[in-house]
Design a binder for this molecule. Structure first.
Ligand SMILES: [Fe+2]
Length: 281
């Protein structure tokens, strides 16, 4: 085997590394693919700078890692159903909800995807960073007694948790809520999962969509979830990425949760492809 092609520059003590030495306009050869996949497993989220790629090139890159997911309700980029377009005119004006809360993408489905690849198309000059949390470390840093408590518990993930009362009260709001509920009904995931590739245990919760813990009464569930969400919010478990146009972030969606910081006042457009994995329950 020849010398390694990529260079890695970690960005925090817990997770995240910038990859240098790759041009994603070119098809990945097998060695580059293997090195990037390993970098993803080791660092949980990897970043690329200055990748001026087309939507098709982003799709081709994603397809090296698995089949791509078509999102059930987020709008696609025209002509490219595999790419979802995330656009916000400003982060601060719109209702504070959705991505600015810790979550794994699509944890409210039975088979959450393996990875997501997000490209910055139009990014604000300041603000709009994304943060990730290392869910292995979130599990490892629980006390042994707490690990024993959560070990056999499962929690419900429900995307309709993101609806606010004022949206429900709007004309058509209840119908929209019910439509979303039917399209993606709540699903149960173990709180402690084992990563299928690394074999490591992790804490699997989404502050955005986890509603309650199965088998506990309401007070018990609320208190335990608040404590665990607070634990996930421990800064030492995080990394934070500053976007430039043509920056790319690729995260392992099984062992990280992320948080899109809505502190920007300019338009922000991101394109995401989502890679499916083996069943991860
Ligand atoms: Fe997300």
């Amino acid at each position: 085997m020849s010398d390694t092609q990529i260079r890695l520059r970690p960005i925090s003590g817990s997770l995240g590394a910038i990859i240098e030495g790759v041009d994603l306009r070119e098809p990945l050869d097998d060695q580059a693919y293997a090195e990037i996949k390993q970098a993803l497993l080791d660092n949980l989220v990897i970043f690329f700078r200055d990748q001026d790629i087309t939507p098709d090139q982003q799709i081709d890159f994603g397809k090296r890692f698995g089949d791509l997911h078509i999102h059930p309700f987020i709008p696609n980029l025209e002509g490219h159903p595999e790419i979802i377009r995330l656009y916000a005119e400003t982060g601060t004006k719109e209702m504070l909800r959705l991505a600015n809360s810790w979550h794994e993408d699509l944890s409210y489905t039975d088979d959450p995807p393996l990875a997501a690849i997000l490209r910055g198309v139009q990014v604000p000059l300041r603000g709009g960073d994304t943060m990730w949390v290392n869910l292995y470390k979130a599990y490892d840093t629980l006390s042994d007694k707490m690990k024993a408590i959560v070990e056999d518990l499962s929690a419900w993930h429900d995307v309709t948790k993101t609806y606010r009362r004022q949206e429900l009260q709007r004309k058509g709001g209840a119908e929209q809520y019910w439509g979303t509920f039917q399209k993606t009904p709540p699903t149960l995931h173990p709180i402690v999962k084992t990563h299928p590739e690394t074999g490591k245990k992790l804490l699997y919760l989404s502050e955005l969509t986890t509603t309650h813990i199965e088998g506990l009464n309401e007070h018990e569930s609320d208190a335990l979830l608040q404590m665990l969400f607070r634990h996930m919010d421990w800064k030492e478990l995080h990394c934070r990425f500053y976007w430039e146009p043509n920056s790319i972030a690729m995260w392992d969606n099984r062992c990280t949760a992320h948080y899109a910081v809505r502190d920007y006042t300019e338009p922000r457009e991101m394109h995401r492809v989502t890679v499916l994995g083996e069943n991860f329950r």
